[in-house]
Write a protein that binds this ligand. Structure first.
Ligand SMILES: Cc1ncc(COP(=O)(O)O)c(C=O)c1O
Length: 397
C-alpha cells in the first residue's frame, strides 16, 4: 500500500476494518486530503478500468462500435441509469453535465419578452449566469428569492412561492444546493406546480446522496450528475423530462436522430467520447456493491463530524447553519474577516497549497464559508488535521 497522508494513518472507524482496502480503490493522491468531493467527484479505479476496457473496444473498431453498437449500448446504459434515478427510461437521456441540461431547458421552454425565470439565492453560480444569458436573448428577466441559511422548510417553501408572479415561465430549484443545503424539494415542486409554474430541479448532488426519485417529484425537468456522488467518469449527467415536454424539447446540438423525438434525439449528437456514459452502470454497481445506504449514512456522519471539529477549532461552531445537510456541510469562517469571492478562492488555493487539503471556500454576504464533503475514501483524521491547522486559516483571513 502507498504511503498515506498523515491524516489517513489511523484508518476510518466510522466505515470499518475494511477501510484501507476500500481507500485503495481510488487513485487519489495519498498526500492530499480530498475534502471536496462535491465539486468534481472522484473516479474509483475499477470504474476507470471498466471505462478503459470500453475505450479499447471503441479503438479496435470505431465503425463497429460507433455506428453499429453504440445506440443499443447507450440504450442499455440509459435504462440502468434511469432506474437508479427513479425515472422512466423513456423520459431519460444522458448529457455531459448539468449545465448542458440547464441551457437545453432554458432554450426549450419558449421564454419570451416579459417572462420571468425564478431562482433562489442558493442557485449555482453558472445556473444564474445561464438564466441571465437566456433572459438577455429573449427579453425575459430573472427574479431571485432569498432563502437565507437558517430558515425552516416551511419558510423555504413559502419564500419560493412568494416569488411566483403571473409572468413566471420557469423556476429552477436545487435539491441540494452548492452551499450544501438540502432543500424541501418535493414540497417546493408541489407548491410551484399548484401555481402552474414549469419547474426544473437541479438535482446535481442527488444521485448517490438521496433517494433520487426523479419521476416521483413530478417536476417538468430534473437534472442529476453521475460524475459527483456516484463516482462515474467525468462528463456524465442525466436529464429526466416529463411526458408533456418530450415531444417539445430539442438537444442543443443537432445529430442525425434529431427527428426521432426524445430521448433518441439526445442520444448521439455527433461524434463524442461515449465511454463515460457507457461506464455509468459500472459506477452504479460499484456504489451498490458498497451498499448505497451504508455509503450515504457514512458520508453524512463523517461530514457532520468534520464540520463539528473544524468549526470548533475556528471558533465558529455557534454560527453553524442548521441545514439539513447530507454528504456536504458548511463551516462558517470567523465573521470578523469580510470575504469577497476572489478572496475566498485565494483562501481555498492557499489551503490546498499549504495544508495539502482540498475544500471549497465561498463568500456569501461578505462572510466566508468552507464547504466540507465526505465520501467513503475520507477518514476522520483528515478533518482533525484541518482543525489542527485552523489557527493558520484564521491568520490567512
Ligand atoms: C448545485 C449544482 N448545480 C449545477 C452544477 C454544475 O454541474 P456540472 O459541472 O455538471 O455542469 C453544480 C456543480 O458543482 C452544482 O453544485
Amino acid at each position: 500500500m502507498a504511503a498515506r497522508h498523515p491524516g489517513e494513518r489511523d484508518g476510518n472507524d466510522r466505515w470499518g476494518e475494511d477501510w484501507p482496502s476500500l481507500r485503495d480503490q481510488w487513485a487519489l493522491d495519498p498526500d492530499v486530503a480530498h475534502l471536496n468531493h462535491g465539486s468534481f467527484g472522484a473516479v474509483p479505479l475499477p470504474v476507470r478500468a471498466g471505462q478503459e476496457a470500453i475505450r479499447a473496444e471503441l479503438d479496435a473498431n470505431p465503425m463497429r462500435f460507433l455506428r453499429r453498437e453504440l445506440p443499443h449500448r447507450l440504450a442499455r446504459a440509459r435504462e440502468e441509469a434511469a432506474r437508479f434515478c427513479g425515472a422512466d427510461p423513456r423520459g431519460f437521456s444522458f448529457l455531459p453535465n448539468i449545465m448542458t441540461g440547464v441551457d437545453t431547458v432554458l432554450a426549450g421552454v419558449g421564454l419570451r419578452a416579459g417572462d420571468e425565470v425564478l431562482l433562489t439565492d442558493h442557485a449555482y453560480g453558472a445556473v444564474r449566469l445561464a438564466a441571465h444569458r437566456a433572459c438577455a436573448r429573449t427579453g425575459a428577466t430573472v427574479r431571485t428569492v432569498a432563502l437565507g441559511l437558517d430558515a425552516g422548510d416551511e419558510e423555504r417553501v413559502d419564500s419560493v412561492v412568494a416569488g411566483v408572479t403571473g409572468r413566471t415561465r420557469l423556476a429552477i430549484v436545487a435539491h441540494t444546493t452548492s452551499s450544501a443545503l438540502v432543500l424541501p424539494v418535493a414540497r417546493i415542486v408541489a407548491a410551484l406546480r399548484l401555481c402552474g409554474v414549469t419547474v426544473l430541479v437541479d438535482a446535481a448532488h442527488a444521485p448517490g446522496t438521496t433517494d433520487a426519485d426523479a419521476d416521483a417529484l413530478g417536476a417538468d425537468f430534473w437534472l442529476g450528475a453521475f460524475h459527483k456522488w456516484v463516482c462515474a467518469p467525468h462528463g456524465t449527467a442525466g436529464l429526466v423530462v416529463a411526458p408533456y415536454w418530450r415531444a417539445r424539447l430539442r438537444p442543443l446540438v443537432t445529430g442525425w436522430e434529431i427527428g426521432e423525438g426524445y430521448p433518441v434525439s439526445f442520444a448521439v449528437t455527433g461524434t463524442v467520447d461515449p465511454t463515460g456514459q457507457l461506464a455509468v452502470p459500472l459506477a452504479i454497481r460499484f456504489l451498490e456493491s458498497l451498499g448505497t445506504r451504508r455509503v450515504r449514512a457514512h458520508n453524512q456522519r463523517l461530514a457532520a463530524y468534520g464540520a463539528e471539529v473544524v468549526s470548533e477549532a475556528l471558533g465558529t461552531s455557534g454560527d453553524r447553519p442548521r441545514g439539513p445537510f447530507h454528504s456536504m456541510t458548511l463551516v462558517p469562517l470567523p465573521a470578523r474577516a469580510r470575504l469577497d469571492t476572489p478572496a475566498a478562492k485565494a483562501l481555498q488555493d492557499r489551503i490546498a497549497a499549504e495544508l495539502a487539503t482540498e475544500v471549497s471556500v465561498t463568500a456569501r454576504d461578505g462572510r466566508g464559508w468552507m464547504r466540507l464533503s465526505a465520501h467513503v475514501y475520507n477518514a476522520p483524521a483528515q478533518y482533525e488535521r484541518l482543525a489542527e491547522a485552523a489557527w493558520q486559516v484564521r491568520r490567512w483571513l
